[in-house]
Design a protein around this ligand. Sequence first.
Ligand code: ADP
Ligand code: ASP
Ligand code: MG
Length: 869
Amino acid sequence: MPRRGREVARIAVKLIAKKTADGDPSGRYYWPLCATLSTVVKMSGTKWKIHKFGGSSLADAGCFERVGKIVLSTPHERIGVVVSAMGGMTNALLELAVIAEQGDDATTALNVIGQRYADTAKSLLSGDALVRLLDLWKEDSLDIGNILDTVARAHSAPQRSRDIMAGYGELWAARLLAAYLDAHAGNGRAGSWIDTRRVITVRHSDLGPAVNWDRSRAALQRVLDEDISDIAVITGFIAVDEQGMQTTLGRNGSDYSAAIFAALIEADALDIWTDVDGVMSADPRQVPDAEIIHSLSYNEAMELAYFGARVIHPQAMGPAIDNGIAVVIRNSFHPGHAGSRISAVTEPNGQVKGITAISGMALVNIEGSGMIGVPGTADRLFAALKDAGVSVTLISHASSEHSICIAVPGELGSRAKRVISDAFADELAGGQIQSVDVTDRQSIVAVVGDGMAGHPGIAARFFANLGHAGINVRAIAQGSSERNISAVIDSNDVTRALRVVHSGFYLSDKTISVGIIGTGVIGGTLLDQMHNERERLQRKFKLDLRVRAIARSSHMLLGERRIELDDWRSVLENGGKSTDLKAFERHVHADHLPHAVIIDCTADEEIAGKYADWLARGIHVITPNKKAFSGSQEYYKKICKDAAEGGSHYLYETTVGAALPILRTIRDLVDTGDRIHSIRGILSGTLAYLFNVYDGSKPFSEIVVDARQNGFAEPDPRDDLSGMDVARKLTILARELGLELEIGDFPVQSLVPEALREVGVDEFLQRLPAYDAQVQALYQEARAAGLKLRYVATLDDQGHAAVGLEKVPQTDSFSNMQLTDNLVQFRTDRYAQNPLVIQGPGAGPEVTAGGVFGDLLKLVSFLGDGPLI
Ligand code: ADP
Ligand code: ASP
Ligand code: MG
C-alpha cells in the first residue's frame, strides 16, 4: 500500500476504534478490532527490506551516523534494521562475567562500558531522548550488577547468566539507533525497536540453534500489531528458548537473526553491512591481495563461512535459501560499492571462489591394524564423541581403515582423546588399536567453490602451492560435492598457507613484488619508466609489476599492495621510515606474492654484498651495480651457487655498456656453440668522450671539467680516469667467458697522475692542468704516426687481459666514434674474418634505466608459464 494510503488507513483505524470504544464501554470489540486493522495496515503494501549492521559498523558515534544515512536513504517504505552490539561490546560484557567468576569486583569494567555507551549517545542525542536512554542504561547496569554478585558468590557463571549478560549489547545498540533514527527520520517513520526475545524462539540442537518457526511467526504477528513504525530497529543475536528463557544465537549470530527476521517478515531483500566490501577471496586481514567475490551461491557462502570466513554466519544461509532471499554483503564505510550478492545463482567465474582457514583445532589420530575391516568402528567412535559433546569439524578416513583422523576444536582435543580411549579401552589393551594421539595447534585450510566440481587439477594446485612453501599437510578431506578441499596444517603456517594458496589460484603467474634500492638518476628514471608502462604491460601480458618498496640511504617507503608511482618522489621526500634493509627485504619477499625481485640501482659495495643471501632465499636480483659481479672470484662463485640453490635469477646486463646487448650476445654465442677468441672494447662512456673530443686544441683538463659539468663523468672524475671502472667491466666479461679473473690479475693504466690520487676532488681539478702537457705530448706522438688515442680493454680466451691507452689506426672503428659511445668487437669462430661489433651509447640514465627495465622483463620470461614476449 502506498505510504499515503497507509496514513489514511491509520487515521481510519483510530477513528473506527474510537467509535467502537464509545459504543463498547467494556472494550470487548475495541482491542481486537484495533489489532486486526493495524495488522492489515502493517502487513499490507510493499515488502520489507532488512538491513543488518554488525558491530564493526556500529563502533562509535560516527558509525551510527553513517548507518543512519544508509537506512534513511533506503527507498523501501518498510525497513527492518537488525543490529549487533557496538563493536567489542559483547566481549566486554562477557569479560565482566569472567572477572566476577574470579571473585573480583567488575564495577570498574562495567563503568568503562557505560562511559563508552554514554559518550556515544551524547554525541548522537540530546534532551529527553538522551535522558531516557541513559536512564534505561542505569537500570540495566543495576540488573547486571545483581547478576555479577550472584556469579561472584558462586565463582561460576552459568550459561544462562552469560547469555543474559552478552545480550545487553544488542539491546543498547537497538535503543540508541532507534532514538537516533527517530530524531532524523521525521514524520514519525522511526523510533520503534523490536526486542527479538519477544519474537524468535529457538531450540538448541547439535547443529546449533534451530528456529521454531510457527511460534516465532505468531509472535512476530503480535509484535507487528503494536504501533511499529515504518523503520523498526531489531535486536540481533538474542532470542528465547522453548522454555521462554533468554538465549543467544551464538557468537557472530546477528547475521542469523537478520536472516530469520527476513524470512519471518517475508522480506524481499537482506543487506548485511560490515567493514569490508563484501565476501572476499580470503580474509583481507591475512591476505592483503584478497579480491572481492561479486557473486556467490548460497552453498559457497555457507561453506566459506563454516570454514572460517567470519564475514557471514554459516547458519544465516538456511532461512535465506528456504525463502529465496538474496543476501548482499556490503561495506557501511563504503556504501557506494555494490558488495557481494549471495543467491541461488552464481556467475561461473573460475573454479575456486575463496580460501579460508579455521585455527585453534586439534587433530586426533586413531591408529590400529585391528580396525581393518571391522564394521562399525567409525560408528562407535562418532557415537562416543557425540555423547561427550565433541563436535567434529573434519574427518579423514583412509580406505585401508588403518587409521581415522579427526579435527576437533582445540579445547576439546584432550576430551576427545579421553572419550575415544574409554570407548576403545578393550581394543587398546588388546593391541588392535595401537594409539590415540592428539596434536594441538592445528588449522584447517580450505579452498571452496561450486565450480571446482569435475575440474581435475584443483587439488594438485592446492597441494603443490602448500608444498612449494614447505608447508606440511597432516590430513586431507574433500566432500563428494567437490565444493571444498581441506587440509590440516600446523597453525604456525596458517597465514603463509592462505597467502601462497591464494596467490596460486588468484594471481597471475607474472605478479612480481619489486623492491628498488637507490633513487638517484637511474633508480628514479626506472621508477618513472615503470609507472608509464605498468598498465600497458598488465593489459598486454598480464604482467603485474608491483613496486612495493623503495629505499634510499636515509629512508624507505613500503607499500602493502603497491606504491603509487605518480608521486613517489614527494612521498619519499616527506615521509617513509628509516632505511632498514632487513625489513626492506622481508617486505619485498612477501609470501602472498609469487615472485620477488630486488633491483639495486646504487653503486654500493655493501648492498652488492647482500646479493648472495637474497638469491639463496629465492629473491631475484637485477642491477647495474658492477661491484658484486666484478668482486672477488670467491664471492662471484657464491652468488652463482646460492642463486642455483634458491632457484633465483640474477641479471646485470647494464653493468657493461648500459643497455647495449653485450652480455646477452656473449651468452647467445656461447650457448649456441660459438667460441669467443677475443674481446676488444671501449667500455667507458666518459673515457670515450674525453678522447673523442680531445684534438689538442683545448687542454685535456678543461675537457675533463666540461665532461663533469655535462654529466658525462662522475662527480669525482678519477673514478673514470683511474681505469677501474673499465677493469671491472672487463672482469665481468671475462667471467661470462668462463675465465677466472679478478681485479689485480691484469694491468690497468691509470690516467690519474700519481701525485693527485689521494687529494680531494677540488684540489685534483685545480692541479690537473699541470699534467696537460703530458697528454698533449702523447696525442701529438700518435697524430704524427697517423694514429688516434683510445682507452681500450682487451681480453682473449687464454685470460690475457689489459686495460689502457692505445694508439689505433684512423681506419679502425675505434677511431670513428660518437661522443660517449661504447664499442665492443668480438672475434669468434663464426666471426673470424670480420668481428661482430656492438656500438652505441653506453651510459646515461634513460638508456641504463631502460636496460634494467629490460632485464626485469627478461626475468619475467623465466618465470611462470613461459616467455613474456
Ligand atoms: P561485523 O562486526 O560486521 O559482523 P565481523 O568482524 O564479524 O564484522 O566480520 C567482518 C570481518 O570478517 C572482516 O573485517 C574480515 O576481516 C573478516 N573476514 C574473514 N574472512 C573473510 C572473507 N572471506 N571475506 C571478507 N571478510 C572476511
Ligand atoms: N554481538 C554478538 C557477537 O559479538 C553477535 C554479532 O556480532 O553478530 O558475537
Ligand atoms: Mg559478524
